[in-house]
Design a protein around this ligand. Sequence first.
Ligand SMILES: NC(=O)C1=CN([C@@H]2O[C@H](COP(=O)(O)OP(=O)(O)OC[C@H]3O[C@@H](n4cnc5c(N)ncnc54)[C@H](OP(=O)(O)O)[C@@H]3O)[C@@H](O)[C@H]2O)C=CC1
Ligand SMILES: O=C(CO)COP(=O)(O)O
Length: 346
Amino acid sequence: MTDRKAPVCVLGGGSFGTTLANLMAAEGVPVTLWLRDAKVARQIADNHENPRYLPGFRLDERLQVTTDIEAAIASAGLIFLAIPSSAFRSVLQSVGPLLAGKQVVSTTKGIEQPGFLMMSQIVEQEAPAARVAVLSGPNLAKEMAAGELTATVVASEDEQLCHAVQAVLGGPNLRVYASQDRYGVELGGALKNVYAIIAGMASALGMGENTKAMLITRALAEMTRFAVHMGANPLTFLGLAGVGDLIVTCTSAQSRNFQVGYALGKGETLEEGVARLGQVAEGVNTLKVLKQKSEEEGVYMPLVTGLHAIVFDKQPLPVVIGKLMSAEQKTDVEFAAVMSAGPIKS
Ligand SMILES: NC(=O)C1=CN([C@@H]2O[C@H](COP(=O)(O)OP(=O)(O)OC[C@H]3O[C@@H](n4cnc5c(N)ncnc54)[C@H](OP(=O)(O)O)[C@@H]3O)[C@@H](O)[C@H]2O)C=CC1
Ligand SMILES: O=C(CO)COP(=O)(O)O
């Protein structure tokens, strides 16, 4: 039995870190939230609100907040990481040895280049003596903060760690399903952000419902094809961390990646869209990383190639759409054949 009263800490005081920490605090779990911004930390401590990332949400008074990362880690055995992928390694580098023997759960949905590394692989490099898991699924922070019924996946080869996460996070509004496919769960969470940008663009252009359904379904095909090639368990992509997260991020205007796509569709530049957001949209970097990797690996990813052409090569949208629509018409679920026989890395 896992002790629900065992102390937990969350590193990263953005929308997701604050939400996760608050959910646990509200269930009586002793939680410390670490963030680097002293002003925001003071506002959370004094006013029980994170006005920068979760304005309007009252946080539980039991939620502890600190700007001392070493103290935060020392206080807990289970540590959630909610730091954007661009800063993930640098934060871990500063505290790697302190994580020895701790249970570390990455919630970050990005990929590091060079190396095409998932965040949990960075944890393994920077904190080799830590126990590692990932958390991913259709989890819009603001909906979770508002108490909307939600499900997520914790994935690790370490079953005890999965149980520990289920015990502290599972609650009246949140179900936590376990998986052993850490690589697939993490890959799904990172890849879907790219397709959310495309979906936002389609929405801004007023495209039809048929078009949106085509996009989401072909995105799943493309993600799964890539995942199979990379050795992930393709069945993972039928679950919450695959199709579940793809649906929510491609259909909700709350998604920051969707919002970046929407801005692009309305004629804004990438820089303008990202700057107005003021929060992380991991899909922008993942698009670059994925385009490069799919070419190196020879995996056919027309949606990734098309979006890259629009965003980074400044190709006109009608030209890219024309190319996508006139490409060879292949079979519908060709990746399903590989699904039954595909190699499983994790
Ligand atoms: N929001 C969501 O709905 C969900 C997000 N995620 C994932 O969680 C990760 C974090 O996202 P999210 O919380 O939304 O991001 P936000 O943009 O809301 O917040 C980013 C947070 O990271 C902090 N940060 C940035 N750089 C550093 C650094 N070098 N050192 C310490 N802290 C830093 C920021 O601090 P500062 O303000 O000081 O810059 C801020 O607190 C992403 O990978 C995202 O994909 C996963 C599921 C849901
Ligand atoms: O990962 C998320 C929902 O599951 C959050 O998506 P965005 O980062 O696009 O807001």
